[in-house]
Design a protein around this ligand. Structure first.
Ligand code: SAH
Length: 217
């Protein structure tokens, strides 16, 4: 890929600055910070936007979707880990695959579901470029999860849901954690921890994601 070579020389240093900023913003999990340092964010963007890859902003990708801002990606990954190792993780909303690639560095296996077929093809190209071996994708409405692979010890939803889908709750293992933006226009980042007896919900900060939509496109 031409843009890997094109700004490859400076991107390592630029990423280091991004990681310094993430620390200043309160990200503490060294495993997450290492993943953010390693994954080249600029390859996920079209050439015209690649120079802005390490700014702390969300940016447009194709098909009217967005790549989340680095802080939000790091924050959600830190919350999902909760300081512990992750085995099997489900992500809803692959998009360009940036968050997926970060997850692939902090979990043993990652399953990611996307409803827009051409976006999934683009993401798969990125996974090949990065030689990720532990990521599997599925084209589907992610609200239903992947029952045949469940349970997951981590579920991350990267689109805004009006409510927490029942199927996803069911597919969370006991002791597992789900991170999901809940709400329509503006959402509240919500952490769900499944215990033997309950789903414990904690509402965190406000976030803004594109909406979770039904069906496939
Ligand atoms: N994880 C991405 C963010 C992608 S934006 C990143 O790293 O930046 C959110 C994605 O969720 C979009 O690609 C959108 O198509 C997808 N999406 C929305 N509703 C969905 C659904 N029901 N099932 C699967 N994917 C969905």
């Amino acid at each position: 890929m031409s843009n890997v070579v094109g700004i490859g020389m400076t991107s390592e240093r630029t990423r280091m600055r991004m990681v310094t900023r993430l620390r200043e913003q309160g990200i503490k999990d060294e495993v997450v910070l290492a993943a953010m340092q390693e994954v080249p964010r600029h390859i996920f963007l079209d050439e015209a936007l690649a120079v802005r890859a390490y700014e702390d902003v969300s940016l447009p990708i194709r098909h009217n979707q967005t790549i989340s801002q680095p802080f939000v990606v790091a924050r959600m990954t830190e919350l999902l880990r909760g300081g512990g190792a992750l085995n099997k993780v489900l992500e809803i909303g692959t998009g360009c695959g940036y968050q997926t690639s970060i997850l692939s560095r902090v979990a043993k296996e990652v399953y990611s579901v996307e409803r827009i077929a051409p976006l999934l093809e683009i993401a798969k190209g990125h996974f090949r470029t990065l030689k990720l071996k532990n990521v599997k994708v599925k084209k589907a409405d992610g609200s239903f999860g992947i029952p045949e692979i469940a349970p997951f010890d981590g579920i991350m939803v990267t689109c805004g849901a009006t409510h927490i889908p029942e199927d996803l709750l069911r597919q969370l293992s006991v002791g597992g954690r789900m991170v999901i933006p809940v709400g329509t226009e503006n959402q509240v980042l919500t952490l769900v921890e499944r215990t033997e007896t309950e789903y414990r919900k904690t509402e965190l900060e406000a976030v803004k994601f594109v909406p979770l939509l039904g069906g496939v496109a």
